[in-house]
Design a protein around this ligand. Sequence first.
Ligand SMILES: *Cc1c(COP(=O)(O)O)cnc(C)c1O
Length: 434
Amino acid sequence: MESTKIILDENEMPKKWYNIVADLPTPLEPPLNPATNEPISPDELAPLFPQALIEQEMSSERYIDIPDEIRDIYRLWRPSPVYRAHRLEKILGTPAKIYYKHEGVSPAGSHKPNTSIAQAYYNMKEGVERITTETGAGQWGSALSLACNYFDMECKVYMVRSSFEQKPYRKSLINLWGATVVPSPSPDTQFGRKIREEFPDTSGSLGIAISEAIEDAALNENTKYSLGSVLNHVMMHQTVIGLEAQLQLEKVNEYPDVVIGCCGGGSNLAGLSFPYIKDKIDGKHNAEIIAVEPSACPTLTKGKFEYDFGDTAEMTPLLKMYTLGHSFIPPAIHAGGLRYHGESPIISNLYADGFISAESYHQIEVFDAAVTFARSEGIVPAPESAHAIKSTIEYALKCKQTGEEKTILFGLSGHGHFDMASYDKYFNKELSNE
Ligand SMILES: *Cc1c(COP(=O)(O)O)cnc(C)c1O
């Protein structure tokens, strides 16, 4: 009998993160200070981030040690399992072998604690007492509140209003772990008040929420800011996913022909794929890497590769990335975690260099795929993760036509237990594509 669940021992959990910046064929272009158009210096980031994270953000060291205190918390759910999707393969009638790495097993239900734990830890080490952040669908806010709770720190979350209203239980989870959460735009910041006056009916956006969280961190003592995706150090923290997956697939003598992940700011895709992209850069293997986005927010497939702000209020440094423009407000689709106008500069660099390709799908076909998965494998996927499932199903059906026995690995970035209202809308035919 071929394996269904491939697990690792605790002591096989990675001891180092992989920093792909060391291996990029085209060097990254630096973040710029918008006032001078000069590269940002570490000092300029110090009001927002602790030194250790600024160093990681700018580091080109290939491997960075994971501190024991972080590994001790990772151990609560890591190494996460890789599953062979035998039942999905059977329903599709495909000769392809489908594997998925399940990050929904973390306490917050997604891959995000891989970086929230690390970020809270480094802030705590430097004496920071309070962290502010934004959240789209609520996954990042809950992951950071979980992390701040482990280290006894305060946490304030600005949650995009459309999600605040659509996902009340994410809000409860954030409160349960002891953090404070408000809908963004909120009355608590200058920028929030301004947007509420100009656009009273706005559903909010990640760009607006980021501006609010940054303003709060900049104006308050002993408060720093934390971002759940996009930045280099976040991509690096997530590489525990791919480093584990490589070991797991080795145990069953497999190497994927294709690695698929949904892509908002890029962190779960980065985490799963960067160790495989290293093999591509080193000329050892040549897995295809696919980023999957919503058609409603098609950053890679329709955006431009240029310097842009990470937020709506133009408070962040300029990042060279694929972007739909920092004033773009995506429709309130249910995959809230994929509603971001920009993209990780590293993912953007790799996409521009052809190491990653991108696809986009509409919301309804993505939910069709989610239901197919839930009815074969049993696991309820997050709507974000269902984008990767949709692409996987398309790929597996192509293999059925050509008879190719390809090996597919996709990232199940999170479970969908907090997305039942979205599933209800799907079944009631109340979902639209925009
Ligand atoms: C936040 C989130 C995403 C999107 O963020 P990335 O940085 O692109 O990974 C995808 N899936 C889940 C479950 C999420 O919580």
